[in-house]
Design a protein around this ligand. Structure first.
Ligand SMILES: [Zn+2]
Length: 109
């Protein structure tokens, strides 16, 4: 069930709401995590509606959360875990440093 790529019609049937949402918003809509042939891990799969081509594309994000239209290659961005992690990492380090500072202050007394 998990393996293998579905046809666009199968996706459209199974995820009609997501297809509609992408068409309304012009943004990629999340479908599910999927393991395809040749992939080492499950990846999130999105549907993207392209106004210019008038077609849906079902694909996974390429580098840094870009979903490309299969017709014109125009891309929309989605927030993937990798992007989220890269954005949040400096903030987490800062908070960690602050926490250590407070701890050392408490124990120094
Ligand atoms: Zn397009």
């Amino acid at each position: 069930m998990e393996a293998g790529e579905r046809t666009l019609d199968e996706y459209r049937h199974a995820y009609a709401a997501a297809f509609d949402r992408s068409r309304c918003t012009g943004r990629p809509a999340y479908l599910r995590r999927e393991l395809r042939q040749g992939w080492r891990a499950k990846l999130p799969v999105y549907v993207l509606w392209c106004e210019d081509c008038g077609i849906h594309t079902v694909t996974h994000p390429a580098g840094y959360g870009r979903i490309h239209c299969r017709g014109c290659r125009r891309h929309e961005k989605v927030l993937t875990w990798v992007r989220f992690r890269d954005k949040q990492a400096p903030l987490m380090l800062y908070l960690l440093a602050a926490a250590l500072l407070v701890l050392s202050w408490l124990f120094a007394r």
